[in-house]
Design a protein around this ligand. Structure first.
Ligand code: G6P
Length: 810
């Protein structure tokens, strides 16, 4: 940096000096010319005047000479005039002013020229030490040259003047150089070296600090545009360091921990030259028009939360419905774009659908039919033929898009997602038998009696069985599915290995509990912001922003969906206020409710109902700046939600039925302080993995109210122990492990050896017994009434027991 400043300063000095010298040189030259011209002119005028006066005295008598001498003596007293001399035609002086006598002889060329040849001329020369200008004029009588007149001016004042200009220039340059150098140094210091030094210090601190204590980004002034890039760069650096650290821990801890890097190496090894494709209805980035600009937003979806890190790690292609009003403007001619917008890591391929198609396929069959069918939440499914036809057509449309993306690729790997695409696995497999196809069902699969009410259960199950692998969150969903297959279709089920053999194709059915990313580092600090405050300080700021006063804070984050038990949760809060008035004016529950699928009447009604219920309860209890429920009815970004998770005393996840529920895992992942209590519905997949949560039955309002009280009153040590245990689970069973296991299982499927052919050649058949006959581990009874919470809350967190035997219907 010093060298740079020195170079800059030297360049400035040299530059300024050269420019000043050149301009001064021209100034001096033109001034000198002017002065000389002026002098020559004056000499000429004087000579001519004098000639007129002296010519009459040129006869050589003594009186005339005297007159001659007097005349030139009189003329000789003028500024800068050194002297005057008169010559005879031979060039000998006949009169001369006294100062000139010893110096000027008649031999001067101009004098000779004037006196002898009759030509006037001027010449600069030196008389001794003095620089002079001599102007000589012929003197005539009756046209004949009778002598010469020389006017000698002292020209040294011209040189003196030039020297003065040079000296002034030098001083001016000196002051200028000093001032400019000073200004430059100050500017460099304030705007360049200062911010650079701060940036360097910041980067050094980043390099040397612990991953967990990331320093805040300084204000980089002029380099502010660079700050964003540097933050991204720093984030990558931190990520790389933490990955390396994790790798080391991994080596130390054996095989338990999965990272994005490990997944990416693992998947690359598995895929070889092939690629990973994901098809999901919901796209990870929706482009929406906001006035004149277009904004990319991330939808509220557990599926998106889970899959985004996987795609980033593997650089695959995500094929999804382009649902944003500016989606078409942001794709290329193949309907593709690279995402995430800030840091492109994988390809998003959009599939278009008309409003009518979306109505039938997405709102109709998927969300009014399959969604309530699979969730036992007492909302009746609606099945319409037209919706079913749209569903079939949409599956075809997506399958065609997937096949197009797979063109030219050997043995591609496809992970289809969710209940929107039950028919797609068979469509793909038919066209591309070399493709490895898995489908992951993100929602529960109910028991066969419940599923059996669907008029198209056979088609759905058959479509799914086109996959090589079907994944559910938990074992009981796998068992429910196999039992449904057993009832709906001709097939052979191997209960020992959980596979289905149908039409020479084998499908493996397995649980893969989905999860979230587990951030090891504190969230990045934005430029200019102070480093993350402690949760309690953060909470004070948050409550102030929300205009609320409360001592205890609970949080709930959901799409407003009837499966999430939001109304039940509100009732539990009301019950808490009734039973324990101590919590009035002290406990506030913050519900983040992202409106969802509101074109469906049931969802729209629910949104109204949730708001009305919150208002009713608030009106009953609220005082001053306190209210029991704060409903924030809009979608919040992942980043915004982290703040609520970090600062809450407890998180309520009270789904009536849920495949997994990633809010529970996100809350745990966010609690780096190892505090906070999770109150979790036992009817979520997450309850199987997080027995250290306070497990509740959301239909039991009394029990939920008690669980909230227990959570608030739980001592810090107990909270810490539970949170540490839950964090260990979520950390080890993170999203990378989910994807790694799913892809590994899929890649192990042998495509070249259809199961049935082998079995028939060997003359053996897989076990075709019913689940009951072999006493297979059967589903946990999701709706087993939870045990009541004791005052100490110990029963609430007790692990669920597994039951033998076929699960009962709901
Ligand atoms: C559940 C489903 C996802 C779906 C998400 C959000 O998690 O399993 O497939 O994306 O809800 O619902 P939406 O209908 O808005 O995509």
């Amino acid at each position: 940096m010093r060298l740079l400043t020195l170079r800059l300063t030297i360049s400035l000095i040299v530059g300024i000096t050269l420019i000043s010298l050149f301009s001064s040189y021209y100034e001096v030259r033109s001034q000198r010319r002017g002065l000389r011209r002026d002098l020559e002119h004056r000499a000429e005028v004087l000579a001519e005047n004098l000639a007129d006066q002296v010519e009459p005295y040129l006869n050589l008598n003594q009186a005339s000479r005297k007159n001659l001498q007097q005349t030139i003596d009189r003329f000789g007293i003028r500024e800068h005039l050194a002297g005057i001399a008169i010559y005879n035609p031979q060039g000998e002086s006949i009169a001369i002013t006294p100062g000139l006598v010893p110096q000027l002889t008649g031999e001067a060329a101009v004098v000779q020229q004037a006196a002898t040849k009759g030509q006037s001329a001027g010449q600069y020369s030196r008389l001794g030490e003095t620089s002079v200008y001599i102007y000589a004029l012929p003197l005539r009588q009756n046209e004949a040259v009778v002598g010469g007149l020389a006017i000698v001016h002292d020209a040294s004042y011209i040189n003196a003047q030039s020297r003065r200009v040079w000296r002034d220039t030098f001083l001016r340059v000196l002051v200028l150089v000093f001032l400019l150098t000073l200004t430059t140094l100050l500017i460099v210091r304030w705007s360049i070296t200062g911010p650079l030094a701060r940036a360097t210090q910041w980067m050094r601190a980043l390099r040397t600090s612990k991953i967990s204590s990331r320093p805040a980004m300084p204000d980089l002034d002029l380099f502010r545009p660079l700050a964003h890039e540097m933050t991204t760069f720093a984030a990558s650096l931190v990520a790389a360091r933490s990955a390396a650290e994790k790798e080391a821990q991994l080596r130390h801890a054996g095989d338990t921990f999965w990272t994005a890097e490990r997944l990416s190496v693992h998947v690359r090894g598995m895929l070889g030259t092939s690629r990973l494709f994901v098809v999901a209805n919901r796209e990870p980035y929706i482009h929406r028009r906001q006035g004149k600009s277009v904004e990319a937003m991330v939808p509220a979806s557990g599926l998106v939360t889970a899959l985004e890190p996987v795609l980033c790690a593997c650089d695959g292609t995500w094929i999804a419905h382009g649902s944003g009003d500016a989606d078409r403007e942001t794709v290329d001619k193949h309907d593709r774009l690279r995402v995430p917008p800030d840091d492109p890591r994988y390809t998003l391929r959009r599939v278009w659908m008309s409003k009518e198609e979306e109505e039938g396929y997405y709102y109709g069959f998927a969300n009014e039919g399959l969604w309530p069918l699979c969730h036992i939440a007492h909302t009746r499914p609606t099945f319409r033929v037209s919706d079913w036809e749209h569903y079939e057509r949409a599956n075809r449309r997506f399958a065609d898009a997937v096949l197009k993306e797979m063109e030219g690729m050997d043995r591609p790997v496809l992970l289809a997602q969710d209940y929107h695409f039950a028919l797609l696995p068979r469509m793909i497999k038919k066209a591309r038998p070399d493709a490895r196809v898995a489908i992951f069902w993100h929602i529960p699969w109910p028991n066969p009696e419940a599923f059996g009410i669907c008029p198209w259960q056979r088609e759905l199950v058959d479509g799914l069985l086109g996959a090589d692998l079907i994944g559910f969150h938990i074992q009981s969903h796998c068992t429910n599915f196999l039992q449904t297959v057993d009832r709906a279709l001709e097939s052979r089920i191997d209960w020992e290995h959980f596979t289905v053999n149908r039409e020479e194709h084998r499908t493996v059915v397995k649980p893969f509990p989905i999860s979230v990313e587990f951030p090891e580092n504190p969230p990045p600090v934005e430029a200019g912001a102070s480093p993350s405050a402690s949760p309690s300080i953060e909470r004070v700021a948050l409550l102030r922003e929300l205009g609320i006063e409360a001592d205890f804070l609970g949080v709930g984050v959901d799409r407003v969906d009837y499966t999430k038990g939001i109304l039940e949760r509100f009732l539990a809060i009301e019950r808490l206020m009734e039973k324990h008035p101590f919590y009035r004016e002290k406990f506030t529950f913050l519900q983040i409710g992202a409106p969802s699928r509101t074109r469906i009447k049931r969802y729209n009604d629910l949104l109204i109902e949730v708001e009305a219920e919150a208002n009713r309860i608030n009106e009953r209890f609220q005082t001053g700046k306190w209210k029991p429920i704060l409903l924030m009815k809009r979608q919040h970004s992942h980043h915004e939600i982290q703040r609520f998770y970090r600062t809450a005393d407890l998180c309520l996840v009270t789904s009536l039925h849920d495949g997994m529920n990633l809010v529970a895992k996100e809350f745990v992942a966010a609690r780096q302080d190892e505090q906070g209590v999770l109150v979790l519905s036992r009817f979520t997949g997450a309850a199987r993995e997080l027995p250290d949560a306070l497990l509740v039955n959301p239909y039991d309002i009394e029990q939920m109210a008690e669980a909230i009280r227990v959570a608030v009153e739980m001592d810090s040590e107990e909270r810490k122990t539970r949170m540490q245990r839950m964090r260990k689970v979520v950390r080890e069973r993170n999203i990378y492990r989910w994807a790694g296991n799913l892809i590994a299982e899929l890649c192990e499927v042998r495509l070249d050896e259809p199961a049935n052919r082998l079995e028939s050649q060997m003359g053996t058949a897989p076990a075709e017994q019913s689940a009951e006959a072999i006493g297979v581990d059967q589903p946990i009874d999701d709706f087993d009434h939870a045990r009541p919470v004791t005052a100490a809350g110990d029963q609430v967190g007790a692990p669920l027991e597994r039951r033998q035997g076929v699960g009962h219907g709901h």
